[in-house]
Design a protein around this ligand. Structure first.
Ligand SMILES: [Zn+2]
Length: 532
C-alpha cells in the first residue's frame, strides 16, 4: 500500500488556542445536531433487539454512516450484525465503539415511571444500549467536518458491541485482527453521570459456558427404570456448584439458567442443558472456576450415566483502562459538564426511584438525576474490589490503549438489566445525556488526532504499566465461534408485533409523541388503576 508522505509525518501540530477554538466549534455543531441525535436514540430504542439479532439496528446505523462517506464492512468475525465503518486515511487509527443489544422481557414505555410495557414479555432497552452508537455517530460526524476542512490526517473506525449481554463478540474481533493496526479506542457506555476511569476497573472478567447432557428417554410412569435423565444431571450440577460456592473467594460471581429442562413430565428428559456465567477478578481465577465447573458437570454426568458436552458462549477479561487517555478525556468532561435537567426530567427520575423502592433521603439512589460531576475514577486495588459485572470491552483494552466514556443518559439507583432502566432511554434525559457525551467524545478524539503526545503517552502506559506483568491470554480458543444462534427464537416470536412500534420520525417529532405518552407520566395515586 502506498502511504502519502504527509501521513507518515505523523500528526498535525496545532496551537492550544487553535485546538480550543475547534473544540468550541465541535460543541456548537453537536448542539445543532440535537434533532438528529434524538431521532437515532429513539429509533434504536424502538428496535429493541437482543444480542446477535440486531438486524434493524445495524442496518439503520450503517446506512447513516455510509451516506456520510464511511466505508462499511459487514459481517465481521462471522457475526451477521457486526460491522466496521471507516473514514479518513492514514495514521493514527482511532476506534470508536458502543454496544447495541438489549435485555429480555424489558419492554417499557419511555417516560412512564411505573411498569407499563409496550409489548408484554418483549425485549427492550433495559440497559440503555440504544444510546451509545447515536452518541458516537453524532461525535464523529461533527469531527469529520473539521478534519476535512483542516486537513487533519487519521482514520476513524466505528464498530458495534454486538451481544454485549452475552459477552459475545469483542474477543472474536480481537482474535480475528480487526484491531491489529488501531492505535487507540474510545468506547461509550450509558451511565447516570459523566465519568471515565483508568487502571484496574475493579470489575470481573468471565466465561460463559453451556453444559449439555444427553441421556435416554423412557415412559416416566410405566418404565422410569429404563430412562437416564439429562435433567437430573443438570440439577446435580447446580446442587454441587452451590455447595462449592461456600469454598470460593468472595470476589466470584456465578449464576446459571436452565436452557433446556425437558419437554413434559411423563417423558424422562433425554436432553437438558444449563448455561453458566463464571466471573472472577483475574484471568487465572476465571479459568480455575471454569475448570471446576467442567469437573462438576462431568461428575453429574457420571452419577446419572449421561453424556456431557460443553461449549463457550462468551467471554470477557477484567477491565483495565488507559491513564493518559482518561486524563485527557476528563479535562473535556469538566469543560462540558452535566446536562441541564428540567423539572419534568427530575420528576420522572424521582418517581422511578420511588417505584423501585429506593429508601427516601437525599442519596444518589433517591434524589433524581445527577447534578454534580463524578471525579476521575482511580484504579481499584485488587485486594479491595468485591468483584461485580463484566464487559468484553476489556478484551479490546488488553490489546490497545482504551477508555470508556460513561455518559449521563439514565436514572441513578435502578436495578440494572430491568425494565426500569428503559424508562429514561427515549426521553429528554437520554437525548441530553447523549448530546453532552458526544461533545466530550468529539473533543477527546480531536485531542488524539492533533496532540501526538497523547497517543504516545497512552502507548507507553499500555506497554510499561498495564501489560508489564500481565499478558493477555484469550479465553476463547482459535476455533471457537461466536454463538450467533442465541436469541433467534425470542426475536422470531416478538419481532412481528414489535415492528408495529418502530419509530417513524417522518410522522412524529419524538417517540414519546408516537406512543402518545405525556412526559412524564406518573402513577396516579388518586385514581389508582391507571398503573399496574
Ligand atoms: Zn452494557
Amino acid at each position: 500500500m502506498l502511504v502519502m508522505p504527509s501521513q507518515v509525518s505523523a500528526q498535525t501540530k496545532m496551537t492550544p488556542a487553535k485546538i480550543d477554538a475547534l473544540k468550541t466549534e465541535l460543541t456548537k455543531e453537536i448542539d445543532k445536531q440535537q434533532k438528529f441525535t434524538q431521532e437515532m436514540v429513539d429509533m434504536v430504542f424502538s428496535f429493541g433487539e437482543l444480542g446477535f439479532q440486531e438486524v434493524e439496528t445495524s442496518k439503520y446505523l450503517t446506512d447513516i454512516l455510509q451516506k456520510n462517506g464511511f466505508v462499511i464492512e459487514q459481517g465481521i468475525s462471522g457475526v451477521p450484525t457486526a460491522w466496521t465503518a471507516k473514514w479518513g486515511s492514514g495514521k493514527p487509527i482511532i476506534a470508536v465503539g458502543s454496544d447495541i443489544d438489549c435485555i429480555p422481557k424489558a419492554s417499557q414505555k419511555p417516560g412512564v415511571s411505573y411498569h407499563d410495557p409496550i409489548i408484554e414479555g418483549a425485549p427492550g432497552h433495559g440497559e440503555g444500549h440504544n444510546s451509545g452508537q447515536p452518541l458516537n455517530i453524532t461525535a464523529v460526524l461533527a469531527l469529520k467536518k473539521i478534519m476535512e476542512r483542516e486537513k487533519i490526517p487519521g482514520t476513524i473506525m466505528l464498530w458495534p458491541g454486538v451481544a454485549e449481554e452475552q459477552l459475545g463478540t469483542k474477543a472474536y474481533y480481537v482474535r480475528d485482527g480487526y484491531f491489529k493496526d488501531v492505535d487507540a479506542c474510545i468506547f461509550t457506555h450509558v451511565a447516570n453521570n459523566m465519568s471515565v476511569s483508568y487502571g484496574d476497573a475493579g470489575n470481573n472478567g468471565m466465561v460463559s459456558a453451556l453444559f449439555s447432557f444427553e441421556g435416554q428417554a423412557s415412559h416416566a410412569g410405566a418404565a422410569p427404570w429404563r430412562g437416564k435423565s439429562a435433567l437430573d444431571a443438570v440439577e446435580l450440577t447446580n446442587i454441587a456448584w452451590n455447595y462449592h460456592r461456600e469454598h470460593m473467594e468472595t470476589t466470584q460471581r456465578s449464576h446459571y439458567v436452565i436452557k433446556d429442562g425437558g419437554d413434559q413430565p411423563n417423558v424422562v428428559p433425554s436432553k437438558a442443558s444449563v448455561w453458566y456465567y463464571f466471573r472472577e477478578r483475574t484471568y487465572p481465577k476465571i479459568m480455575q472456576m471454569y475448570k471446576d465447573g467442567i469437573k462438576i458437570a462431568e461428575g453429574a454426568a457420571q452419577m446419572t450415566d449421561t453424556k456431557m458436552t460443553y461449549e463457550v458462549l462468551g467471554s470477557a477479561w477484567p477491565g483495565h483502562f488507559n491513564q493518559p487517555m482518561a486524563e485527557a478525556m476528563y479535562e473535556n468532561i469538566k469543560a462540558v459538564g452535566l446536562p441541564k435537567w428540567t423539572e419534568a426530567d427530575q420528576t420522572l427520575a424521582k418517581a422511578a426511584q420511588k417505584e423501585m423502592g429506593n429508601p427516601e433521603g437525599a442519596t444518589v439512589e433517591s434524589n433524581g438525576l445527577a447534578t454534580t460531576l463524578s471525579p476521575l475514577a482511580k484504579p481499584t486495588a485488587t485486594s479491595s474490589s468485591g468483584g461485580g459485572g463484566s464487559d468484553d470491552i476489556a478484551d479490546i483494552s488488553w490489546n490497545l490503549p482504551t477508555i470508556v466514556l460513561r455518559y449521563p443518559a439514565n436514572i441513578p439507583g435502578l436495578p440494572g438489566h430491568h425494565w426500569a432502566n428503559a424508562i429514561a432511554m427515549a426521553t429528554p434525559i437520554a437525548h441530553k445525556g447523549v448530546t453532552a457525551g458526544a461533545k466530550v467524545e468529539a473533543m477527546t478524539l480531536l485531542d488524539l488526532f492533533v496532540k501526538p503526545e497523547v497517543i504516545k503517552n497512552a502507548k507507553t502506559y499500555f506497554t510499561d504499566v498495564q501489560t508489564k506483568d500481565v499478558k493477555y491470554t484469550p479465553i476463547i480458543s482459535k476455533t471457537d465461534k461466536p454463538a450467533i444462534h442465541l436469541n433467534e427464537k425470542i426475536m422470531q416470536e416478538f419481532r412481528p408485533e414489535m415492528k408495529k412500534y418502530y419509530y417513524d420520525p417522518a410522522k412524529y417529532p419524538t417517540y414519546l409523541e408516537q406512543l402518545g405518552i405525556k412526559y412524564p407520566t406518573l402513577r396516579d395515586t388518586k385514581t389508582e388503576g391507571t398503573g399496574k
